[in-house]
Design a protein around this ligand. Structure first.
Ligand SMILES: NC(=O)c1ccc[n+]([C@@H]2O[C@H](COP(=O)([O-])OP(=O)(O)OC[C@H]3O[C@@H](n4cnc5c(N)ncnc54)[C@H](O)[C@@H]3O)[C@@H](O)[C@H]2O)c1
Length: 328
C-alpha cells in the first residue's frame, strides 16, 4: 500500500517523501510542477498532473493502491493571494475538494494536511494554542482554514479522518545535501538572507525596527524541514492506528527576531550580510510563535533541530552547494 504525497516535488513535500522512503514506505507523488522540481523527488513514483483534473486523479487512485494521503499541494504566497484571491480559492479550496472527492470514490479515508498558522490571523496570545480564535488576515490563510473545514465535513459525512498541521516557517535542508529549498520567487527570510551571502542580492531589508520586541524587529517561529517531515509521519501514524481527526500546531515554542536571523547567518556564512532598516509593512504582527504542547503530548513530536544556528547552517549547506537551486 502506498502513501500518496500531493505537492511531493515541492520543498516540504520532497523532504517528507525522503523520510517516508527512509522508513521503507511505498510513495506516489502527485505534483503539477508549477513550483516543484522533478529532481526533488528522490524515489517512489512521480505522477505529473493537477489535483483539479478529476480524470487524472481517478487514474492515479486506480493505478496505485493508496493507503493514505499527505496533502502539501497548494499555492502559498500571501502577497499574491491578496491580489489574486480567485487563483487561491481555485487551487487551494477547489483543488482540495477534487482531492477529497477522488479519495472518497477510491475509498481512501486518511489524510494529513499541511495547513498553516496563518489560519489564526492576528494572535490573541503567544505562544498560539490550537484552541485560539481563527481569523485569517489574508486570503492564503482563509483558504487553508476553508480546506480544514472541508475535511471536517468529509469526516462527518464520509468518515474521512484528517490531521491538520499548522505551522509558520519551514527552514533548513535534508542532511544528505540532495534536496533543499528552491522557491521561485523566494519570499522566506532565511533563504533571502543567504542570497545576500551568495552575492545574489545586495542587502537584506528589515521591515520595522520599532516593534515591542527585545531588539525592535519582528519575532517569528522557524522549524527545521526535517522536523516538519517527522511530524507529518507521526500524524500519519496516528491515522493509520485508527486515531480520530485532530489539529496540531507545530511550533518552536520560542521565536527568533529578524536581527537574530541575520546575525546568526553572518556567523554561519562569514559574510557581512549588509542590511537596511525600512518602515514597517502593513499587517505584520510583532510576534508569531506557536505552542507545540499538544503535538508533543499526543504525537510525541519533539523537534530535533530547534536551534537557529543549526537550522541556518543546514540551509547554508544546501544553498552554498546549489546557489541556483535545482538548476545548479
Ligand atoms: N514553506 C513554509 O514555510 C510553509 C509554512 C506553513 C505551511 N506551509 C504549507 O506547506 C505546503 C508546502 O509548502 P512548500 O513551501 O513546500 O511549498 P512548495 O510550493 O514548494 O510545494 C507545493 C507543491 O505543490 C505543487 N502544487 C501546487 N498546486 C498543485 C496542484 N493544483 N496540483 C498538483 N500539484 C500542485 C507545486 O508544484 C509544489 O511542488 C503548502 O501547502 C504550504 O501552504 C508551508
Amino acid at each position: 500500500m502506498a502513501i500518496l504525497v500531493t505537492g511531493g516535488a515541492g520543498y516540504i513535500g520532497s523532504h517528507t517523501v525522503a523520510e517516508l522512503l527512509a522508513r521503507g514506505k511505498e510513495v506516489v507523488v502527485v505534483d503539477n510542477l508549477q513550483q516543484g522540481h522533478r529532481e526533488a523527488v528522490i524515489g517512489g513514483t512521480l505522477e505529473v498532473g493537477d489535483l483539479r483534473d478529476a480524470d487524472f486523479m481517478a487514474e492515479v487512485f486506480r493505478k496505485h493502491k493508496v493507503e493514505a494521503v499527505i496533502h502539501f499541494a497548494a499555492s502559498s504566497l500571501v502577497g499574491v493571494s491578496m491580489k489574486e484571491p480567485g487563483e487561491y480559492y481555485h487551487n487551494n479550496v477547489y483543488g482540495t475538494l477534487c482531492l477529497l472527492e477522488a479519495m472518497h470514490k477510491a475509498g481512501v479515508n486518511n489524510i494529513v494536511f499541511s495547513s498553516t498558522a496563518a489560519t489564526y490571523g492576528e494572535p490573541e496570545q503567544v505562544p498560539i494554542k490550537e484552541t485560539d480564535r481563527t481569523q485569517p488576515t489574508n486570503t492564503y490563510g482563509e483558504t487553508k482554514l476553508a480546506m480544514e473545514r472541508m475535511m471536517h465535513w468529509y469526516d462527518v459525512a464520509h468518515g474521512v479522518k484528517y490531521v491538520s498541521l499548522r505551522y509558520f516557517n519551514a527552514a533548513g535542508a535534508h542532511a544528505s545535501g540532495r534536496i533543499g529549498e528552491d522557491h521561485s520567487p523566494e519570499t522566506h527570510l532565511i533563504p533571502l538572507v543567504l542570497q545576500v551571502a551568495l552575492g545574489q542580492r545586495e542587502q537584506i531589508s528589515i521591515f520595522g525596527g520599532d516593534y515591542a520586541t527585545p531588539d525592535g524587529t519582528c519575532v517569528r517561529d522557524y522549524i527545521h524541514v526535517s522536523d516538519l517531515a517527522d511530524a507529518h509521519l507521526r500524524a500519519l501514524g496516528r491515522l493509520l492506528d485508527g486515531g480520530e481527526s485532530a489539529v496540531y500546531n507545530l511550533g518552536n515554542g520560542r521565536g527568533f527576531s529578524v536581527r537574530e536571523v541575520i546575525e546568526v547567518a553572518r556567523e554561519v556564512t562569514g559574510h557581512p550580510i549588509p542590511s537596511v532598516l525600512l518602515d514597517r509593512r502593513g499587517g505584520d504582527p510583532a510576534v508569531l510563535v506557536a505552542s507545540a504542547d499538544r503535538a508533543r503530548t499526543e504525537l510525541g513530536w519533539i523537534p530535533q533541530q530547534p536551534e537557529l544556528r543549526d537550522i541556518i547552517a543546514s540551509a547554508w549547506q544546501w544553498h552554498s552547494a546549489h546557489p541556483h537551486g535545482y538548476r545548479g
